[in-house]
Design a protein around this ligand. Structure first.
Ligand SMILES: N[C@@H](Cc1c[nH]c[nH+]1)C(=O)O
Length: 374
């Protein structure tokens, strides 16, 4: 029997790694004062497609229920958690989750995430908490150095707003900006009949790199109070994460939001050694406007598969084989107790595919039990 493209069975090490990632995550979030939250796998499509969230139905796993409503497999944790928490007390909250999201665009449809959402914390506190949690998880997992990229939705958005672009052009502009295609950004933006804005947008394509970018743009945007405030905020956040999280920070002022509900700071994490994209997140205060609330909300989620793939074996257990027969099983189990920190495998013969550190054989002669090293 075959599986649909992208679906896979999993065995041994890769599952072991995924469990280890989630175990370490649980430890990190517990010690940082988070509570766990879970939401159902099946939700109404409208929870994700309403105007405040604006996710696209075509990418979701969906069907009609008997009442004719569209139901979906959870395509996003952040949105379902917002639904679940919509009438909670307005006090600082730190939530963490472990589980899958489902989208047509993901190979195999399912992707396992671990993530956090913080509500009602001051913007700098919530954002730095998310990023410091991320860096402490990566440290605990011994993932090596990580690059944290900071961006902000309102840079691109506020430069696009004064342009009179058709919906199609705006969509193309976003894509060109995302793909960092400078000439295309300029040409599309020119359709908005504002050459100055078109030039500014084209220059944003190159506005990424180390923290120095912030100083360059402080000079360039010295008459734009709104943009200066954003640069100042990113600078403060970068300093905290650099100093406390000991992580290298990159800035991408031209970053376009990857989820429609982001409004403010956005972040992404890359493993330095391989460049693998391991987490993504951002501020989404406006998501709560659907519940008539204006709050501070920010979070991020890790791709568990990416972390599991990069996990290095750390603890090396001694691997012992005890050779026993049906007659000596009780004694073999007793012997196991003497090796509490080792992997003890009771077999009738040592397995050929395993390189044991020690092979012990139990035998019974004239009612007397003997243990011999092989
Ligand atoms: N839900 C986002 C990650 C995130 C958590 N909080 C905010 N953003 C994602 O799947 O990419």
């Amino acid at each position: 029997m075959f599986l649909p493209a992208g679906s896979r069975d999993e065995m041994g090490t890769s599952i072991d790694h995924r469990f280890r990632v989630t175990e370490v995550f649980r430890k990190v979030i517990t010690m940082r004062g988070y509570s766990l939250i879970s939401t159902p796998v099946v939700e109404y499509a409208a929870t994700f497609t309403n105007q405040y969230v604006d996710m696209k139905l075509q990418d979701m796993m969906k069907w009609f229920n008997p009442e004719g409503e569209i139901e979906v497999l959870r395509p996003d944790w952040t949105t379902s958690i917002a639904r679940a928490l919509s009438n909670q007390a307005k006090i600082p909250q730190k939530w963490a989750y472990i589980g899958s999201i489902f989208k047509q665009s993901i190979p195999g449809i399912e992707s396992q995430q671990i993530g956090v959402e913080t509500l009602h914390l001051s913007p700098l506190m919530g954002e730095s908490e998310s990023l410091l949690m991320a860096s402490s998880l990566l440290r605990e997992l011994q993932m090596g150095d990580c690059l944290i990229e900071l961006g902000h939705t309102e840079i691109f958005e506020s430069l696009v707003r004064p342009l009179t672009l058709s919906e199609a052009d705006e969509k193309r502009l976003r894509q060109a900006m995302h793909d960092k295609k400078k000439d295309e950004v300029y040409q599309i933006a020119l359709n908005g009949k504002n050459e100055q804005s078109a030039k500014e947008l084209a220059s944003l394509v190159d506005a990424f790199g180390s923290l120095d970018i912030l100083s360059d743009y402080e000079e360039r945007w010295k008459d734009r109070k709104d943009l200066l405030d954003i640069l100042d905020h990113l600078k403060k956040l970068a300093r905290i994460v650099e100093q406390s999280g000991n992580q290298e920070i990159l800035i991408d002022l031209g970053r376009v939001k990857n989820l429609p509900y982001y409004s403010g700071t956005m972040f992404r994490g890359f493993l330095k050694e391989t460049g693998a994209d391991c987490f993504s997140g951002g501020r989404y205060d406006r998501l709560y406007e659907q519940f008539g609330e204006r709050i501070s909300a920010v979070g991020l989620a890790f791709d568990v598969d990416v972390l599991a793939e990069h996990l290095v074996e750390t603890k090396d257990y001694t691997h012992i084989c005890i050779i026993a027969s049906e007659d000596t099983l009780v004694q073999a189990e007793e012997l196991r107790m003497e090796y509490k920190d080792a992997i003890v495998d009771i077999q009738t013969q040592p397995l050929e595919n395993i390189n044991y550190d020690l092979v012990l054989e139990i035998s019974k002669k004239n009612g007397k039990v003997e243990v011999m090293e092989r």
